[in-house]
Design a protein around this ligand. Structure first.
Ligand SMILES: [Zn+2]
Length: 380
């Protein structure tokens, strides 16, 4: 599995821009040749162009001539002659193990003239990758706004870790359901609510009486109510914890949040003891079985589409979820549970972090290949 990490460098652009420019010209020369000859054969390109280009660009290290040739012919091959891959003078340049060495943070790059050396400042969240993954190559790109050179380093993971999807289960907890899982199981809260309602009614009557015996009965009743909801919490958390295929349970982190989107009743439930008791029970039952309970940010789990990510309040109609963008339909709490599971996957996978970080930087390699329609040479 390959991953790209983008890092800014303090390399001097004045040294590298002439290299980038000349390599772009070499790239374009290969593309022109390939389209004219209608081939992307590398050794034929080498025979036809190498000596001529060597003379035209005497300062360019020959390793680059070959690397650029390969990049150009691969680009032509990828577009199957339908387009003309082009590089601009500041387009990114691919480095390989011959033109770049990386030892820890020490980086050495081929350039025109002497090799350039610098030390990379590797952000903490990338350090594990630098330490354990295999370095495959890099692309040097120039970011004009800041006049800065960036490196996009490509790493290969030592062992792709398979993570069967069913091992991680998202659990949503609502007003009407004690728990709903990302794979669609629902544990109703109806019984508990019925008991609560009954006790609430009796309590009001007894409180109104205010006699000594009424107070005694109130105490006994509140004990029974608590025991009942505790029993339900025990049963449900035990059944969840014992699911054989699940090793990680993901819940919303609701500590300290009283979210407006949840409504008054739900906020009351969020603050209730049985609600937290469930978390506590599931936690220790899971732990006893060598499993874990994780918590994720609770925002928008009920409004976001779990399939396409569309975030829209109108997606949810009470207990039904219907995405206005992609049309996905499901029980609203199941959709929320899938979101909970997804945000856990996103937050734990180092790969996802890297991808996001890389994506947040404009990817110069892709954008550089300015594709245009193939011009008909000579109008034939
Ligand atoms: Zn959707």
């Amino acid at each position: 599995m390959l991953r790209t990490v983008s890092i800014p460098t303090d390399l001097d652009p004045q040294r590298f821009l002439p290299l980038l420019k000349q390599c772009a010209e070499i790239f374009n020369a290969h593309v022109d040749w390939a389209l004219e000859q209608h081939t992307f054969n590398k050794s034929r390109a080498h025979k036809a162009l190498y000596h001529q280009l060597r003379q035209a660009y005497p300062e360019i290290p020959s390793a680059f001539l070959q690397a650029v040739r390969d990049t150009a012919l691969e680009a032509v091959k990828a577009t199957k002659f339908a387009r003309v891959p082009r590089k601009k003078p500041t387009s990114g340049l691919r480095y390989d193990r011959r033109t770049l060495t990386l030892r820890g943070q020490q980086l050495t790059l081929s350039c025109i003239g002497a090799r350039a050396k610098t030390s990379l400042r590797i952000p903490e969240y990338f350090q594990a990758i630098f330490a354990t993954w295999t370095f495959k190559g890099a692309t040097l790109t120039y970011k004009r706004p800041k006049r800065q050179l960036w490196l996009q380093l490509v790493f290969e993971s030592p062992t792709p870790e398979p993570r069967p999807s069913q091992q991680i289960q998202g659990i949503d907890r609502g007003l009407y359901h004690l728990a709903v899982t990302s794979d669609g199981q629902t544990y109703s809260n109806a019984q508990v609510r019925a008991v609560q309602r009954r006790y609430l009614h009796n309590r009001r009557t007894l409180q109104a009486k205010g006699t000594r015996s009424a107070k005694r009965r109130l105490r006994a009743m509140s004990g029974r109510e608590q025991r009942f909801s505790r029993d339900v919490n025990h049963v449900v958390s035990k059944r969840l914890a014992q699911q054989e295929q699940v090793t990680t349970f993901v819940l919303e982190d609701l500590s300290g949040i009283r979210n407006q989107q949840r409504g008054r009743k739900m906020n009351k439930r969020l603050g209730s003891w049985p609600f937290h008791q469930f978390e506590f029970f599931l936690g220790y039952k899971a732990e006893a079985l060598g499993k874990t309970v994780a918590f994720v940010d609770a925002r928008y789990t009920s409004q976001r589409c779990s399939q396409c990510g569309h975030l829209y309040k109108g997606n949810r109609h009470k207990s039904h979820f219907h995405c206005a963008r992609c049309g996905f339909q499901s029980h609203a709490d199941v959709n929320a549970a899938i979101n909970i599971r997804n945000s856990y996957l996103l937050s734990t996978a180092p790969l996802a972090t890297v991808e996001q970080a890389a994506v947040s930087q404009p990817n110069a390699t892709g954008a550089d290949l300015v594709a245009s329609r193939r011009a008909c040479p000579g109008g034939n």
